[in-house]
Write a protein that binds this ligand. Structure first.
Ligand SMILES: *Cc1c(COP(=O)(O)O)cnc(C)c1O
Length: 385
């Protein structure tokens, strides 16, 4: 009974955040900038596919926002990750370290490259890869050779490490970078959820060799579907564009391709949409941070743990999250809220519990398991227009 009242007060608070909505979704995009104008402009230009001025503008905007030298527009975040791993040098039969608590795309992109994911634990306060878990996994299982780091058990090379900034909360990326540097392991950041999130004043996605973003409809900024790769390395940027445009050798009329390429370029129509959305990024982030602050105060008052950025970080608070004392309470809240017109959901099933990745190597994953039992995402959409 007491628990029900508790749930009731949470639901009324969330409803109070969205007074005009009868059903409160998890995250809906808003289009009140230049979206229509730019898309119509792209239509009028006849450049609707993979070539066009908005694709270039989008890349310029992304490089500026993330503080990187280059950005390459990709058709979606999953394909951006696929290519980012290729750029880092991942090849068939190698291994890539990532976190068990992530969206499926991270692990799928590793598989697309014919590589094996290895899953390490997350920190309880960031929900992102734990530097301690990473360094102890490496110390216990990996040996450094002249040409890279090798898994002692499987003999395979550890070709990359992919931490993820969960729900836009930055992980301890600086420490992870240090560890990767020490072990000579290329760092690829899955920053799909963290556009507008910073660690020590530096944009997430800009710490590693390459960073990846997503512009899917449920992310903070959307292009309908879309992705981006950012890097400071000119060769990598050039190769990213080459690989994602069918590896066609530039020529005015000849059709010559110099390797197996991909049709992964973001269409100009989507880029036009993305540019209009990116113009509103600051407004979006301040709106989301205000909501997170209101949640933090409320959940603090009723004694429910709310996931907050760590002191070194500034989060975009893409999706807000709270923790229940155990799986039973979590499940009753999920049922109660979804039955009462407020959408909530648990965190993704851990990768190691999915049949495709069940046999992959992992560390103990104690924090990941603890979090997976307790975490619930609550409505995080924009409130102002
Ligand atoms: C959304 C997301 C992706 C994939 O992005 P898409 O654009 O949907 O392909 C990859 N990784 C994470 C962590 C994501 O949340």
């Amino acid at each position: 009974m007491e628990q029900e009242l508790h749930f009731d007060s949470i639901i009324s608070f969330i409803r109070g955040m969205y007074p005009e909505k009868s059903y409160v979704g998890l995250h809906e995009p808003v289009f009140c900038g230049n979206e229509r104008k730019y898309v119509l402009d792209a239509i009028d230009s006849t450049y609707v596919s993979s070539v066009g001025s908005y694709v270039n503008l989008f890349e310029e905007m992304m490089a500026k926002i993330t503080g990187t030298r280059y950005a390459v527009a990709i058709v979606n975040g999953t394909n951006a990750l696929h290519i980012a791993l290729m750029l880092a040098g991942v090849t068939r039969g190698e291994e890539v370290i990532t976190q068990a608590l992530t969206f499926i795309a991270t692990a799928n992109a590793i598989s697309y490259n014919g590589a094996y994911p290895v899953f390490v634990d997350v920190d309880n306060d960031t929900l992102g890869m734990s530097p301690e878990a990473l360094s102890s996994f490496l110390a216990n299982n990996v040996v450094k050779k002249s040409d890279g780091a090798y898994n002692k058990i499987t003999g395979r090379r550890i070709a990359a490490c992919v931490p993820m900034h969960t729900f836009g909360l930055p992980c301890r990326i600086d420490e992870i970078r240090q560890i990767c540097d020490n072990w000579n392991i290329p760092l690829v950041e899955d920053a799909a959820e963290s556009l507008g999130s910073y660690y020590d004043g530096k944009h997430t996605g800009s710490f590693g060799l390459v960073g990846v973003f997503s512009f899917n409809g449920n992310k903070t900024v959307t292009s309908g579907g879309g992705g981006a790769i950012v890097t400071d390395d000119e060769c990598i940027a050039r190769r990213a564009k080459h690989l994602t445009t069918q590896a066609k050798v530039p020529h005015r009329w000849d059709f010559v391709h110099d390797e197996i390429g991909y049709n992964f370029r973001m269409p100009n129509l989507n880029a036009a949409f993305a540019c209009a959305q990116l113009e509103q990024l600051d407004k979006f982030i301040s709106d989301k941070r205000l909501l997170a602050k209101a949640y933090e105060d409320f959940f603090g008052r009723i004694g429910v743990p709310f996931m907050k950025e760590i002191p070194e970080a500034t989060a975009n608070y893409w999706l807000n999250a709270i923790l229940f004392q155990d799986r039973t309470h979590r499940d009753s809240f999920l049922a109660f809220s979804n039955n009462n017109g407020v959408m909530t959901r648990p965190v993704w099933e851990l990768m190691t519990r999915l049949k495709m990745f069940r046999d992959c190597q992992s560390d103990g994953l104690s924090n990941s398991i603890w979090i997976a039992d307790r975490l619930v995402n609550i409505p995080s959409g924009f409130r102002s227009r």
